[in-house]
Design a protein around this ligand. Structure first.
Ligand code: 13P
Length: 207
């Protein structure tokens, strides 16, 4: 599918995530870097029912320029763009299996083992877990910034995921891969498994 413009692309991909159960209600938000700033989904909007003309436009300093009021998670998005200057888009979801895993994993313990190639190829070997913060809490900024320097996907304790990509399509694909990997981790929990070996992981990284 060729998107005519970034606003339509946000609306279409957000609706696709919503229709397939990756977000429910008004959970989740999306941002895309555009000339002179960022487009971000409005606070309390449903990813299933966005209006292209009402998306929030903020300037490079994240000041609101037009559209509805931006997501309360602007600080989280900003920290990720600042830590990873190659980021073109960010997807934040409360998808079920990632969130379940974020509730089961103590701080500091590895969240996901490298079991499958697409997890490693898309998101790297380690997905950091940032401790719980109230949604929109500006105090999370430094934790997100530090974690994002090491990884393009972060899991937020008792909350969900935040995934960066060079394009929105890439960030959406990676957020979906993270959710499916979390589902797999829950299916495999407590079982003897064979994670990928370091050699297999190195071969994927040097693709
Ligand atoms: P917003 O509606 O403000 O974007 O917040 C939704 C959300 O997912 C909070 O984590």
């Amino acid at each position: 599918m060729k998107f005519l413009d970034t606003r339509e692309e946000i609306v279409d991909l957000a609706a696709s995530l919503f229709q397939r159960g990756y977000s429910v209600g008004s959970a989740g938000n999306i941002s895309v870097r555009v000339d002179g700033g960022y487009l971000i989904t409005p606070t309390n909007s449903s990813l299933g029912r966005l209006d292209a003309g009402r998306l929030s436009l903020v300037d490079l300093g994240w000041n609101h320029i037009s559209g509805d009021a931006p997501s309360k998670e602007v600080v989280m998005h900003r920290a990720m763009y600042e830590a990873r200057p190659d980021t073109g888009a960010i997807v934040h979801l409360h998808s079920t299996h990632v969130t379940a895993l974020s509730c089961l994993t103590p701080n500091g313990e590895p969240l996901l083992q490298p079991h499958t190639p697409y997890l490693v190829m898309r998101l790297g070997e380690n997905i950091p877990l940032v401790p719980y913060y109230k949604p929109g809490d500006p105090n999370m900024e430094s934790d997100i910034f530090e974690a994002a320097k090491e990884a393009r996907a972060i899991v937020l304790g008792n909350h969900g995921s935040i995934v960066a990509g060079p394009t929105l399509v890439n960030a959406v694909d990676s957020a979906e891969e993270l959710e499916v990997s979390a589902k797999l981790a829950l299916l495999l929990r407590g079982r003897d498994t064979r994670p990928l070996t370091s050699e297999e992981i190195n071969a994927l990284m040097s693709r």
